[in-house]
Design a protein. Structure first.
Length: 103
C-alpha cells in the first residue's frame, strides 16, 4: 500500500510512534520504505523538507540554507545510495557545536 500511495504522489511523511530507542524507530521505518522500492533520495527528502512543508515550517527548517535552523547528523556511508547508512551516525552538529556519537 505504501508504494502505491507513493506512486500516486500522495503526500506522505515519515514518522513513527514505535516505542524503541530514539531515532532507531525512524531508521527502521526508512528501511521499510526502501524495502518497498522507494528511492533513498526520495526517502531522505520526505523525512526532511517534505515533513517541514507539511508542518508549514519549511521557511525555518527542513533543508540546509543560510538563516535556517539546522541540526545535522554526519554519517559514515552514503544514505542516498543505501538509506541504512543513516544508522552509521558519527557526529551530530547542534547549535553550531559538533558532538561525537559514542557507540
Amino acid at each position: 500500500m505504501l508504494k502505491r500511495l507513493y506512486d500516486a504522489d500522495v503526500p506522505l511523511v515519515i514518522g513513527t510512534d514505535a516505542p524503541a530507542k530514539p531515532g532507531s524507530s525512524l531508521h527502521h521505518e526508512m528501511e521499510i520504505w526502501a524495502g518497498v522500492g522507494i528511492p533513498p533520495t526520495k526517502i531522505l527528502q520526505i523525512a526532511t523538507i517534505r515533513a517541514a512543508r507539511v508542518m508549514r515550517a519549511d521557511a525555518a527548517t527542513g533543508s540546509i540554507r543560510i538563516g535556517k535552523q539546522a541540526d545535522l547528523l554526519i554519517v559514515a556511508g552514503d544514505p542516498t545510495q543505501d538509506v541504512s547508512n543513516i544508522r552509521n551516525g558519527r557526529f551530530v552538529v547542534k547549535g553550531g557545536l559538533v558532538y561525537p556519537i559514542v557507540p
